[in-house]
Design a binder for this molecule. Sequence first.
Ligand code: HEC
Ligand code: HEC
Length: 326
Amino acid sequence: MAGKIYSKPIVFTLAVTVAVLAGSIVMMAYPMMRPEMHPKLENLRPFTALQLAGRDVYQREGCVNCHTQTVRPLRTEVMRYGEYSKAGEFAYDRPFLWGSKRTGPDLAREGGKRPDAWHLAHYANPQVVVPRSNMPAYGWMKANKLDPASVKAHMDALGLPYTAQQIAELATRTEMDALIAYTQQLGHAVEKKKMAGGFDLAAVNPFGSSPQAIAAGAVLYAQSCAVCHGDEGHGGIGPSFIAKKFLEQPGYGTDGEYFAIIAGGSDVKKAIGRPGLADGGMEPFGAQIPPDGIWRIVSFIRAQQLHEGSEQPGVEKREHETGGKH
Ligand code: HEC
Ligand code: HEC
């Protein structure tokens, strides 16, 4: 029986084709249609209208040529960027913007890492915030109002439901607003690393950049911190907080990281895995300063950093003044 089919090339070819097709359908096509192949993390929210508009800007400007949006499950990547990427994070990403080139850092965990004001300053002119940056400036986006009609067309194509009002509201917003909104939701579905001691490193400062909080934080800072970190945070016994000098790496920590280090001191800093002075020396203030006070100090430190970032020529003058006082 078996011998016969080998002598009939056409029948044999047809039989093989049918067998291979049937196998492929069972092994590939069928599983692809099953819901397990389309995972969606529980916390994943669809893009808001503004965020989706920002995603369009991201695609149009080719940010993907310099930035990836996927953290590989390798120890070095997880240490640098945070939790590795999950398939279920990308259910609403069409097309994916994973990218393959990292001229700049991965952005998969960028959301919530820094305040909006930082992104505004950075997008407007990256060199102001990170002096050695080679990222292009996008300040002109502040003048570009969104066009609700074109945004709507993109939404319809993706089948995302927004109300007419949500779309009409976009007319008052700029491309810069949209890009920042998009940036701040990156990685929102994945829980950020929590750490020993119960501090939530993803916590967001409830006072933000409120002027009252900054003023109150300045008083607390002068009382408890200036002796080691310098009057304006330029450092002394303790490290400097200002701009790129903080931790001798570009960029700053999250609000939650600042809180944790201030409340828990050097031990917590070690647990977070931040490099710095090796011999400790940062005392925990959690028992002396109530949480609200610590958050106000964080507001103050942020204000110093942004101030420094936007006024490079002021650095020398202020260092000089500080020097004069001592
Ligand atoms: C020519 C390559 C290049 C392009 C194009 C580019 N970037 Fe960057 N980007 C960088 C580099 C390099 C850095 C690191 C230095 C810095 O922070 O400016 C960076 C940093 C960033 C950061 C801060 C990341 C962090 O965690 O420190 C964000 C956010 C960012 N880019 C977003 C964007 C967006 C959005 C676009 C498109 C509008 C874009 N970039 C286009 C190169 C680029
Ligand atoms: C007795 C000196 C001293 C005082 C007072 C002090 N610090 Fe520190 N601080 C240090 C030292 C030293 C380090 C570096 C510790 C390390 O790397 O383990 C540090 C580290 C830090 C860091 C982390 C910086 C980094 O490089 O990771 C933050 C944030 C910080 N201090 C905030 C504060 C605040 C806010 C106050 C006031 C409530 C304060 N410190 C008071 C000495 C001090």
